[in-house]
Each structure stands twice: as structure tokens, then as C-alpha cells.
Design a protein around this ligand. Structure first.
Ligand code: AMO
Length: 430
């Protein structure tokens, strides 16, 4: 029976492994193969004089990245990976890889990201690349676990919708029988409706679609968003939940992914400490004004240069709070004492924005008024407004970009590295 390569030890005695041929070296009398599965790499050594005809024939024919099934005794071998090697009694080629490979898995020459993404299945065979997605999986597990322990209900909301969530034009239209429809840019309206449904605490981890013509290292046209909504909570309460969610995720990854972290050569995987600084928007603008060349004033968006400048000053995760109401969507709750600012926040990593959230307007008439103020038509939001007429609790929530969370956690250069098959303006295949 096949055993995972990392479990193979000299004590295993006779073992059978299946995997990909990582490297081939022929030293005349000895042929060495490195065989890799997702758990590790093992050396398979064939002494040509002693090996059977069948084994020799396969060994001669096999190419790099072919799938093989190999069985034989395991011996201690200090110089080999993991301190052991296998001398095969059988060596079966399960699936022969053609040559040349479209991408070098051993990565002697680093490939361009585009080349890597074109042959993503091969790129993912690299232990270092695979580690990113093992960590992503662990992070999603930690978040799911966190939400369940905190009493959240996991929801799935439609991705095909009739109207924009936040207004604006960043929607992909799709052909939906004889109607106009779009891919949803955020579960925002649905998660708020779930508050009217009495669910009190909901979360969703799912795709969001944004038809933005960005060509940057942090924007995708299809991203994964981690969304929550909580009833009877204000912005301050959901910020604390966000802080805990981030720290819990880092802690879990740190605990359970030490091999993957080592594979990525992250020397100092630091778990962020709470509380994250709450920086008022007005102060963030003042910091940016001093540090960046382009003009920036109160009321402006915080662009990439400002984001980086403020991040440098802050040094770790931090919140930007108390945003001008005019810069935020209609659903953000203005302060009673000063409606020109609202109870919205962004969670920032020193490199970029990770999450946006707010306490929401829960009064129907105030919401209609705010929708109008943004130049939108309340009639096209009727399905969303209806629940606000029949008992809507106060509520707050946030959306956290999963891809950016992994990008910043692992110090990757480009958000595409944190996504299996990224979708951007130029990339639709594979
Ligand atoms: P926002 O639009 O700020 O807020 O999105 C929340 C977070 O999602 C991630 N994100 C993206 N990541 C990669 N590429 C993109 N194009 C992209 N767009 C967004 C970011 C961002 O911080 N409805 C609100 C959330 C709420 O208030 O609950 C919303 O969608 O990390």
C-alpha cells in the first residue's frame, strides 16, 4: 500500500511510494531519482548492476515530472533528503511526462509570474508554491472554526444579481435569459437582509466580482471575500471581532504550518498583537500630507502611495476610523453628533487595505435618504429596502479580502501568487 513520502523511514522496512520524478541523475553505475509527493521528497537509488531488467528499462525511459509507483526496502542514508533512500524492487511508470516541460518545476531559473500562471498545475508542484495554498487552506480553516466558535451562521448568498450593491459601475453584466443581470460585487445587501431574518451573526467566505480596470499587484477581478454581519453590534464591536479573527488565523497558521513557513523561507513569522491602533481618518491624511509628494486633502480617498506612507509610520496592522460620510457607501451610519463623519473603518496592513466595514444605517427612511444623496435610485433597491420596513435590528459588519490576507501574511509580492487561477484584465485562462 502506498505511504506518504514524509512517513517513509528506514524503520518502514519495505515501502511503496507514488509521486512525481523531481530530478534524475545518472552517475554511470548508479542512477538517482528524487521522487516527490505533496508531503516531501525521497531519494530512489538504482545500482545498475544489481537492478532487474524491468526496473532498468523503466528508469531509462522515465522523464522528469512523470508519475511513478516505486517499491522497495528503505535504508538510512545521511546525505539523502530526510536521511533515507529507497532501493527499488519495482519501478512502474504510471504516467509519462512529455519533454520539454512548459515550466521547470525544480526552479533553477526563476520563471516570470505569467509563465508560471500559464502552467499553474506545474507551478503548483513546486513545494514553495504549494506551501502558499496549504497555508491558505489552514487560514480558511482557522477562520471557519473561529466563526463557528463565536456563534456565527455560515451563509451562501447568490452571485447572480439584478442590481449593484454599492452603486457605481464596477459590475460584470451577464446574459441571464431575457433579463439584465450581473455578477455580485459583494454579499453586502444579502448579509444585511439576514439581520432582518433574525440570524444575528452570519458569515460568508465566497467570490466577489469587480469589473475594475485595475492593473496592480493587489487587485483582481474575481476575489474571495470573508464577510460578516452582526446584529445589535456597533462598529467598535465588529472591529474587535476582526482583530481577533486576524490574530487567531495567524496563530493557527504559525502553530500548524511550520514546514510550509520554512519552505517559504519566512524567517520571522510574526503574529500581530492587539489592540490594533485606531487612527482617525483626519490624522491619517495629515501623516500622508507630510510624507507623499502628490497633493492629498481631507475628503480624498487614501490611494496606494498614501497607504504605504501611513503604513510605514504605523508599522503594524491598524484601523483607519471616522471616515468622512461622503467617502463611504450609503449604508454607513453617520455619527449623531457630527453626521459629516461616519462609523466606518478600514483595517490596514502596512502594505495595503485588508478590510472595510461599518455600523449600518438600520432606519428605513434614513437609508432611503442616504441612497438618494449618493445619486442612486431607491426603487432599484426595493428588495433590499423591504426588510427595513418590518423590524430591522441595529447591525454592523465587514468584508475582509482573503487573497490580500494571505499576500500580506506571507510577504508575497503579488496578489496573484495567493490565488490558484487568478482573474485579471488579461487573464481568463486557465
Ligand atoms: P470593499 O469594497 O472595501 O468593501 O472590499 C472589502 C475587501 O475586499 C478586498 N477586495 C479586493 N481584493 C482584491 N481585488 C479586488 N478587486 C478587491 N476588492 C475588494 C479588499 C477589501 O478591503 N461591502 C463592503 C464590506 C462591508 O462593509 O462589509 C465591501 O465590499 O481586501
Amino acid at each position: 500500500m502506498r505511504i506518504p513520502i514524509h512517513q517513509v523511514t528506514p524503520e518502514s522496512g519495505q515501502a511503496e511510494i507514488c509521486g512525481w520524478v523531481h530530478e534524475v541523475r545518472d552517475l554511470g553505475g548508479l542512477a538517482f531519482f528524487l521522487i516527490r509527493d505533496r508531503t516531501g521528497i525521497i531519494q530512489v537509488t538504482i545500482p545498475k548492476k544489481r537492478a532487474s531488467e524491468v526496473v532498468l528499462a523503466s528508469a531509462k525511459q522515465v522523464s522528469r515530472e512523470s508519475v511513478v509507483r516505486v517499491a522497495g526496502p528503505v535504508k538510512a542514508m545521511e546525505k539523502a533528503p530526510g536521511g533515507r533512500e529507497m532501493v527499488p524492487e519495482t519501478f512502474e511508470i504510471v504516467s509519462l511526462a512529455r519533454s520539454p516541460l512548459p515550466l521547470d518545476v525544480v526552479e533553477k531559473v526563476p520563471a516570470e509570474l505569467d509563465t508560471r500562471l500559464d502552467s499553474r498545475f506545474l507551478d503548483l508542484r513546486r513545494p514553495r508554491v504549494n506551501a502558499v495554498f496549504q497555508i491558505r487552506s489552514a487560514a480558511m480553516h482557522a477562520l471557519n472554526d473561529f466563526f463557528h466558535k463565536e456563534g456565527f451562521i455560515n451563509i451562501t448568498t447568490p452571485k447572480i444579481v439584478a442590481a449593484a450593491t454599492e452603486g457605481g459601475t464596477e459590475l460584470f453584466p451577464i446574459a441571464y435569459f431575457d433579463k439584465e443581470a450581473f455578477l455580485n460585487q459583494s454579499p453586502q445587501l444579502f448579509k444585511q437582509m439576514m439581520m432582518a431574518a433574525g440570524c444575528e451573526k452570519v458569515y460568508e467566505i465566497g467570490p466577489i466580482f469587480r469589473a475594475e480596470e485595475h492593473n496592480t499587484t493587489k487587485h483582481l477581478n474575481e476575489a474571495t471575500s470573508i464577510d460578516i454581519e452582526v446584529s445589535f453590534a456597533d462598529h467598535l464591536e465588529v472591529m474587535r471581532i476582526l482583530e481577533r479573527a486576524i490574530i487567531t488565523t495567524y496563530e493557527y497558521v504559525n502553530r500548524s504550518c511550520s514546514d510550509q513557513i520554512a519552505n517559504l523561507e519566512i524567517a520571522d513569522f510574526a503574529v500581530p498583537k492587539d489592540p490594533f491602533i485606531r487612527l482617525p481618518y483626519s490624522e491619517a491624511i495629515e501623516i500622508a500630507k507630510k510624507k507623499i509628494e502628490e497633493p492629498i486633502a481631507y475628503g480624498d480617498d487614501i490611494g496606494s502611495a498614501a497607504e504605504r506612507a501611513i503604513g510605514e509610520e504605523m508599522g503594524g496592522h491598524y484601523f483607519i476610523v471616522d471616515w468622512p460620510s461622503e467617502t463611504r457607501p450609503y449604508y454607513a451610519m453617520p455619527y449623531e453628533s457630527d453626521p459629516s463623519i461616519c462609523k466606518a473603518f478600514d483595517l490596514m496592513h502596512p502594505r495595503m487595505e485588508l478590510s472595510s466595514g461599518a455600523e449600518r444605517v438600520h432606519d428605513h427612511d434614513q437609508l432611503v435618504c442616504q441612497i438618494r444623496k449618493k445619486g442612486l435610485d431607491p426603487e432599484s433597491f426595493e428588495f433590499y429596502l423591504k426588510p427595513f420596513r418590518y423590524g430591522m435590528p441595529p447591525h454592523a459588519g465587514w468584508g475582509l479580502g482573503a487573497d490580500r490576507l494571505i499576500l500580506t501574511m506571507l510577504g508575497l509580492q503579488n496578489v496573484r501568487e495567493a490565488v490558484l487561477f487568478p482573474r485579471d484584465m488579461h487573464r481568463l485562462v486557465p
